[in-house]
Design a protein around this ligand. Structure first.
Ligand code: NAD
Length: 463
């Protein structure tokens, strides 16, 4: 682990499995309570100097971006081994993290003068909060960490970062690589089980918890942060609908919908997780989606031919298996896939489910895996109502030949991001967050930066 700029060994370790084989691939350090205290104290101590020099912070973020990009040849295979994703996707993930660090290093933050007249000069000033506890999930451990590291450190905060116990290794290695970039204590990386996350959220030191993970855990984080009124940003689960309008080209749209549903093997918070299709083109869309799913090359991420890797971990694999089995039992038709593959790894056939509707678990819940329900609709108002009839509200998309008409429908979706004729179009300058149970606050862009600050009004009277 990296605590106070030093390599810190632990008394205990835990297993990290390769999802392509389910064999133990490495041991990761299991942080003790005392070591977490040490990390928090080093972060609090480092805060005083770190907050004082914005130029040094920007330089350090630039250096961090360059180091990450330069180390992708070393980092990507580690990420593939612990996460399962194809090596090319792992490289992209490291690249995205570098991009996010670079974006914030260069982000211009204009002074916010809200009054300048005879009576007063009034400014809104953004001040760092202090120690930030950052907790990440297993689907994009590196990119999602960079969404927190870059704005939090730019704002002058210091950080203790904890990756998921399923994917701790790449993050721990990044802690090592950046030891000389940030002053001791500014950026600590610790690892352990879910308990460690709970210790962080109830620890007296952090002033903010930045969390990405499931709705269930997000609620626990919110509850644990409440007694101390810690600030929280919660990026939680999604159940993104894609609504196709009746003027789309079925084959063309199916090609893109497939891509945005099965990227990262469906393990993306804002992947397409249910598709609403007009009855008239339903069979064509289902068949086009199924033909993509049938021809997908599933295998270990280390094989250059692989398009979809294994599901990251056994509990998630079991969940996807259960949801698909439940749908089939309730009368859904697996037009492609429908079951686990014969392998010791967590491989599941890319699955397209037809003749399925709301009220089935795989439509109502977040599957977070390679199985997509396709739902017919007759009336667009009804489709929008069904898309919105959920506690989730992360993102969604509407697809149509007439982009203006599609945009009007997209505006009616109750979610943080509504895309038109695309999906998953994420970028460092665009705020990203969930409505309803999908989250609290946003990440990215200036808005994400503000989330790591406390607002102060500086009011100078002129007379
Ligand atoms: P998870 O909630 O199980 O775990 C996320 C992290 O929280 C892990 O590091 C875990 O160790 C930690 N944790 C567990 N219990 C905790 C507790 N009581 N207190 C504090 N921390 C605790 O989620 P996961 O299975 O790793 O990730 C998948 C979920 O994440 C999906 O629901 C997905 O949609 C969501 N996700 C959301 C976004 C987003 O930006 N909105 C992005 C990626 C993933």
């Amino acid at each position: 682990m990296t605590i106070d700029g030093q390599a810190v060994p632990t008394a205990a370790t835990f297993d990290v499995l390769d999802p392509a084989t389910n064999e133990v691939y490495a041991q990761a350090p299991d942080c003790s309570k005392e070591q977490l205290d040490a990390a928090m104290e080093s972060s609090a101590k480092a805060f005083r100097d770190w907050r004082a020099d914005e130029g040094a912070r920007r330089d350090a973020l630039r250096q961090a971006a360059a180091i990450l990009l330069g180390a992708s040849g070393e980092l990507a295979p580690v990420l593939t081994s612990e996460q399962g994703k194809p090596l090319s996707d792992a490289n992209l993930e490291i690249f995205a993290a570098g991009m996010w660090l670079q974006y914030y290093a260069d982000l211009e933050l204009p002074r916010e003068v809200i009054q300048d007249d005879d009576s007063a000069f009034v400014e809104v000033v953004r001040k760092p909060l202090g120690v930030v506890g950052a907790i990440t999930p297993w689907n994009f451990p590196v990119t999602l960490a960079s969404w927190k590291i870059a704005p939090a450190l730019l704002a002058g905060n210091t950080m203790v970062l904890k990756p998921s116990p399923f994917t701790p290794l790449t993050t721990l290695r990044i802690g090592e690589l950046l030891r000389d970039v940030f002053p001791p204590g500014v950026f600590n990386v610790v690892s352990g089980g879910d308990d460690l996350g709970a210790w962080m959220t109830s620890h007296p030191m952090p002033r903010k918890i930045s969390f990405t993970g499931s709705v269930a855990t997000g609620k626990k984080v919110a509850a644990a942060a409440a007694p101390d009124l810690k600030r929280t940003t919660l990026e939680l689960g999604g159940n993104d609908p894609a609504i196709l309008l009746d003027d789309v080209d079925a084959a063309e749209v199916a090609d893109r919908v497939y891509r945005y549903a099965f990227a990262n093997n469906g393990q993306i918070c804002s992947a397409i997780k249910r598709v609403y299709v007009p009855e008239r083109i339903y069979d064509d869309v289902v068949e086009a989606l199924a033909s993509h799913a049938r021809s997908a090359k599933v295998g270990p991420g280390s094989d250059p031919e692989t398009q979809l890797g294994p599901i990251n971990n056994r509990p998630q694999f079991d969940r996807v298996s259960d949801l698909v089995a439940d749908a089939l039992k309730s009368g859904a038709r697996a037009v492609a896939g429908g079951k686990a593959m014969d392998s010791p790894g967590n491989f599941f056939e890319p699955t397209i489910l037809a003749d399925v509707s709301d009220g089935t678990r795989i439509v109502d819940e977040e599957q977070f895996g390679p199985a997509l329900p396709v739902i017919p609709y007759r009336d667009i108002d009804d489709a929008v109502d069904r898309a919105n009839a959920t506690h989730f509200g992360l993102s969604g998309s509407v697809w149509g030949g007439d982009a203006d008409r599609a945009a009007q429908v997209a505006e009616r979706l109750e979610c943080g991001t509504a895309w038109v004729n695309t999906h998953l179009a994420l970028a460092p300058h665009q705020p990203f967050g969930g409505a309803k149970w999908s989250g609290l606050g946003v990440e990215n862009g200036t808005w994400g930066y503000y989330g790591f600050t406390e607002l102060q009004v500086l009011h100078r009277a002129k007379h």
